[in-house]
Design a protein around this ligand. Structure first.
Ligand SMILES: Cc1cc2nc3c(=O)[nH]c(=O)nc-3n(C[C@H](O)[C@H](O)[C@H](O)COP(=O)(O)OP(=O)(O)OC[C@H]3O[C@@H](n4cnc5c(N)ncnc54)[C@H](O)[C@@H]3O)c2cc1C
Length: 374
């Protein structure tokens, strides 16, 4: 009997949306399909818990999901490499290990790139929060430096969104927890207020807490260049620092657009409500790398929510069945930790803060990771 070669399903990136699919594949890999996950790292660090790790609330294992483990349990292949391009004429993924991997279906959940293109010197003289593994590797050096410092140690965090604000609070708390005095933390953002994308009252709560803890907020300042010891802005005086972190938001990787996939103006892959590329039906995408027809902010909440629909539709596509539409919820609950065992919640126009918010966040985050760790 002639051997019929398996069809190839490639999953690029072990992001929030793919985790759901990897779990669903356990014992149920589609017949006649060979499935491979391509990821530069054998684990996925849950970004929602990263500030808690910085603050010292979590060990790294608490925040890590083993992608190799998920693949083993699903009985699928794991390729430790990075996708660097797509050849859509041949249906191949180009990888950093030099391989070209053929596919019949490909699903992309590779997350965002750090938004650094408008900020000269950021990769040389600052510590970008993404890629997260790079941040984790360089974080101990920052701790060593502030311990060795004899005069005040000035930390500047560039960015005004939730990630920047959480990290700033986490750093401030970590220094205090380690008994290191003289670590001063300043957040610099192009928005007038911190957490500008959340409820106005959440932003005011953040501002109030920053002031109460002696931290500084410098709003309405667009950083254009980072030099070895100072930041330069579009307007106004330079800001000196001892250490600078950058959490300026999400940019698109260059290779989806370069491959000829339809993208939005920023380069994110345009998908319809079934999470299928609007230009290439053999391509699915979800999470921050995708531009859904119902535009939503780039956030882990929406990436997780997309996961169930993505898993349904990838499996349906493998079986030649009909796809279902996914309409993202209008609002998401944002929980911003403040490093001191408290957090700020923001839902639409409403907000709240306190110890109980942190307890909820901790419970939700640990529960999410545990679901994939077992
Ligand atoms: C410090 C911090 C805190 C945050 N907190 C929250 C929060 O509390 N709530 C919230 O909603 N959002 C939060 N976010 C935003 C959230 O992290 C992102 O929106 C979310 O990670 C997007 O998920 P994703 O599935 O698109 O990609 P990711 O979670 O980024 O995963 C992408 C994966 O793909 C891999 N990858 C990357 N490039 C390639 C490639 N070329 N080939 C193969 N694999 C690749 C990566 O290694 C990674 O494993 C936070 C972000 C940060 C930085």
């Amino acid at each position: 009997m002639r051997h019929v070669p398996d069809k190839q399903l490639l999953l690029l990136g072990g992001g929030h949306a793919h985790l759901n699919l990897l779990r669903r594949l356990r014992g149920k890999a589609p017949k006649g399909w060979q499935v491979t996950l391509v990821s530069p790292h054998p684990r996925q660090i849950y970004s929602g818990m990263l500030p808690g790790w910085v603050a010292g609330h979590y060990a790294l294992e608490d925040c890590a999901i083993s992608l190799v483990g998920l693949c083993e349990r699903a009985g699928i292949a794991f390729a430790q490499t990075t996708a660097t391009g797509l050849d859509l004429a041949r249906d191949e993924v180009l990888c950093a290990d030099g391989e070209r991997r053929r596919f019949d279906l490909v699903s992309i959940d590779t997350g965002p790139e750090p938004a650094l293109s408008d900020l000269l010197g950021a990769t040389d003289h600052a510590l970008p929060v993404r890629p997260i593994e790079g941040f984790i590797a360089r974080w101990p050096n920052m701790q060593r430096r502030w311990k060795e410092h004899t005069r005040p140690f000035e930390v500047v965090v560039v960015g005004s969104g939730a990630a920047a604000v959480e990290l700033a609070f986490a750093i401030h708390s970590r220094a205090a927890r380690e008994g290191v005095s003289g670590v001063r933390v300043c957040i610099v953002g192009r928005d007038a207020k911190p957490l500008a994308d959340t409820a106005g009252s959440a932003s005011r709560r953040a501002m109030h807490l920053l002031q109460a803890r002696g931290m500084q907020w410098c709003g309405d300042r667009t950083a254009v260049q980072i030099l070895p010891r100072c930041i330069q802005f579009e307007r106004g005086a330079d800001l000196p620092f001892d250490a600078c972190l950058v959490a300026t938001g999400a940019a698109a990787p260059h290779w989806p657009r370069a491959a000829g996939l339809s993208t939005d103006d920023a380069g994110f892959i345009r998908v319809d409500r079934t999470l299928r590329s609007v230009s290439h039906p053999q391509v699915f995408a979800a999470g921050d790398v995708a531009a859904h027809v119902d535009t939503r902010p780039k956030s882990g909440v929406f990436a997780v929510r997309a996961g169930a629909a993505l898993a349904d539709n990838i499996l349906a596509a493998c079986h030649g069945a009909a796809l279902r539409e996914w309409r993202p919820q209008r609002r998401a609950l944002y929980l911003v930790s403040t490093g001191d065992g408290r957090a700020i919640a923001s839902w639409g126009a409403l907000s709240a803060s306190g110890r109980w918010v942190w307890i909820c966040k901790d419970w939700i985050d640990r529960g999410f990771v545990r679901r994939y760790q077992e």
